[in-house]
Design a protein around this ligand. Structure first.
Ligand SMILES: Cc1cc2nc3c(=O)[nH]c(=O)nc-3n(C[C@H](O)[C@H](O)[C@H](O)COP(=O)(O)OP(=O)(O)OC[C@H]3O[C@@H](n4cnc5c(N)ncnc54)[C@H](O)[C@@H]3O)c2cc1C
Length: 597
């Protein structure tokens, strides 16, 4: 053999005379991939690599299988929220009166019972996933000895040293604890400590109005705790749309939450009956407990990054390139340890992509329009940009707002405060953003996400019939000023709500006419995805036959025109066509333009 063999990865070498002409040299290291951390990012990196047929191990500290996500973050906080909403009867009070409660004296045990059960089951699910993919789960704390060697302290002074061709760092974060604040995990707590509290405090100061702080503030307020939120910025949750933040603050004030912003905390001290928080403005707030929720740091301190040739920033985060590779060629970093957006689902996707990249498989790019959920009470979700962002970027838009109180479903659920807001481009009518506040917000947003991801226009949502007819109404929003204008410009928009019908559409694109039989569900009916898909595939066929797939006669040739022409079920861009265009309907009710919804 000529030349040195690179031991970093298995090599394929052509050998004349060998069957198939290839010999695979397998590296002599213990694992092809070692993943540090079993949170969402580490799990998915491990499973992906195992599915690619690699020898994989995942190192995790004892009692932390599943990461922060399962043990102290996402899952416990969301379960706690569910327990609070259920036991307080909060969601039923609109129906049964302000005094309605499922349980009068809710204790920490009541709340944690549910949380612990969910955590146990989640851990079991993760262990099973790792096992059935033949991933070795090594219990202990990892640190680099050199770029390919990792020392794992397994407790009681014992250690195991393993080597790996490639490494994925998925160590997540831990709560930042400001110097000078004496955390006792009883009266002065961080979000980890909150899950171990012994009793529900009568009063609580929440330092930091970020996502975690607001989620817990809203839960404790729902339990009857007198909550004060102190935030150094003038506005809470700056990445959210202003109107949604206003709605949230209104709700929380209604439950007695006091906001102190912008205010700096100068000091926190333990007092005889709890705590005193001193603000830089001179105010003093006495409370049973203080929850510090002032950011998180990458959990990189124990890793000895130097030994691997890596460096973290001042918040413990590891810089990475577009495929999550660090400055060391065979080491990737994923999940919260690389910083924004620090969400469970995003971390999973990063883990998967990193593992694919590590073994030379392309994984596609991360979606740009990822939805964001905040499980406060009330729930918040959005996908796309806020009004203030669009304004700053000079993007013209129209606003459509639907309020739950105007929908039968809102009445039925007893949520009269929820709202859904659509931001729609004034130029090409694409949905730019969906913002929701209220029951089911984090579910509803996915419909908007799908519409946005498909590059669809607002009218798509009108044409699609959602199972919950009120959801359809909500999603449609009311982009009032545009509506009549849209219909004039686009005959397809004039399609009224109708009972289920079979239709044959003659689609015109570039003078080519093709009959497309479809069935559309009527108002209040289910969605007919099959028909839409068939329609789209027929349209693609037609587009291919007609050349470039643009509408002839379209006056509105923006960047989205091609999609516009391809994805809508009638020749929408051709405003010169008579209405209805060449459309044959069988068994349909009569329609008129006056009958528009
Ligand atoms: C209170 C709270 C609520 C949240 N709510 C949501 C939510 O609603 N939605 C959402 O999407 N996200 C939420 N998050 C964020 C979400 O939990 C994180 O985005 C996600 O857990 C990040 O996954 P990860 O794999 O990067 O890291 P983690 O889940 O943090 O896992 C990292 C793991 O690495 C292990 N580890 C660290 N160092 C070592 C070492 N040296 N050796 C061995 N193991 C090590 C740790 O023990 C840990 O188990 C919340 C977070 C918190 C704190």
């Amino acid at each position: 053999m000529q030349g040195a063999v690179d031991r970093d990865s298995p090599v394929n070498i052509s050998m004349p005379g060998c069957s198939g002409g290839r010999i695979v040299l397998v590296s002599g290291r213990d694992f092809e991939l070692l993943v540090i951390g079993s949170g969402p990012a580490g799990q998915k990196a491990s499973v992906q690599a195992a599915k690619l047929g690699r020898r994989v191990a995942c190192v995790e500290r004892r009692h932390m299988v599943g990461g922060v996500c399962v043990n102290t973050g996402t899952i416990p906080s969301k379960t706690l929220r569910e327990a609070v909403v259920y036991l307080t009867g909060l969601s039923q009070r609109e129906m049964y009166g302000a005094s309605y409660r499922l349980k009068a004296d809710i204790t920490v045990t009541d709340l944690l019972q549910r949380t612990n059960r969910v955590i146990e089951r989640e851990i079991d699910v993760i262990r099973d996933q790792l096992q059935r993919n033949h991933i070795e789960l090594i219990s202990g704390e990892a640190r680099f000895v050199d770029p390919h060697t990792i020392d794992i302290s397994v407790g009681g002074g014992a250690a195991r040293v393993v080597t790996a061709d490639k490494v994925v760092i998925a160590v997540g974060t831990r709560p930042a604890r400001p110097a000078g604040v004496e955390f006792d995990d009883r009266t002065i707590l961080d979000s980890d400590g909150l899950l171990n509290m012994e009793q529900i405090p009568g009063s609580l100061v929440v330092v930091g109005g970020g996502v975690i702080g607001i989620e817990y503030a809203s839960m404790l307020a729902a339990l009857g705790t007198k909550v004060t939120v102190v935030e150094k910025r003038a506005r809470l949750l700056e990445f959210l749309d202003d109107e949604i933040v206003e709605g949230l603050m209104h709700h929380l004030r209604d439950r007695g939450v006091i906001f102190r912003l912008p205010e700096q905390v100068a000091a926190v001290e333990q007092a005889q009956n709890g705590t005193i928080t001193h603000l830089a403005s001179g105010k003093e707030i006495a409370a049973d407990a203080v929850l510090y929720s002032a950011g998180r740091r990458g959990a990189t301190e124990e890793l000895d990054l130097d030994a691997a040739g890596l460096e973290a920033d001042d918040r413990g985060r590891i810089p990475v390139g577009p495929t999550f590779r660090t400055n060391i060629d065979h080491i990737w970093a994923v999940g919260d340890v690389i910083g924004f957006p620090s969400l469970a689902a995003t971390s999973m996707e990063q883990g998967r992509l990193a593992a694919r990249d590590a073994f030379g498989e392309s994984g596609g790019a991360m979606s740009e329009s990822l939805p964001f959920g905040i499980y406060a009470i009330p729930e918040i979700s959005f996908v796309g940009r806020s009004e203030q962002d669009l304004t700053a970027a000079g993007v013209p838009y129209e606003i459509g707002i639907s309020r739950y109180r105007e929908l039968a479903r809102g009445q039925i659920l007893g949520d009269l405060h929820g709202m859904l807001k659509l931001l729609v481009s004034s130029t090409d009518r694409r949905v730019l953003a969906v913002h929701a506040l209220g029951t089911g917000a984090t579910e509803l947003v996915h419909i908007g996400q799908a519409v946005m991801a498909l590059g669809r226009h607002r009218q798509l949502s009108r044409r699609r019939r959602f199972q919950l007819s009120d959801a359809r109404r909500v999603l449609q929003g009311r982009c009032a000023g545009r509506r009549q204008q849209d219909r004039r410009a686009c005959p397809a928009e004039a399609s009224p709500a109708r009972s289920p019908i079979n239709r044959r559409l003659d689609v015109h694109i570039h003078g080519v006419v093709a009959p497309v039989p479809i069935q559309l569900a009527g108002a209040g009916g289910g969605e007919d995805f099959g028909a839409m898909e068939e329609l789209q595939s027929r349209e693609r066929e037609i587009s291919a036959r007609s050349g470039e797939g643009r509408c002839a006669g379209c006056n509105d040739r923006g960047a989205g025109d091609e999609l516009h022409a391809r994805q809508l079920p009638v020749p929408v861009c051709d405003a010169s066509q008579p209405w209805p265009p060449t459309e044959t309907m069988t068994g349909s009710p009569s329609r008129s333009r006056e009958g528009l919804p």
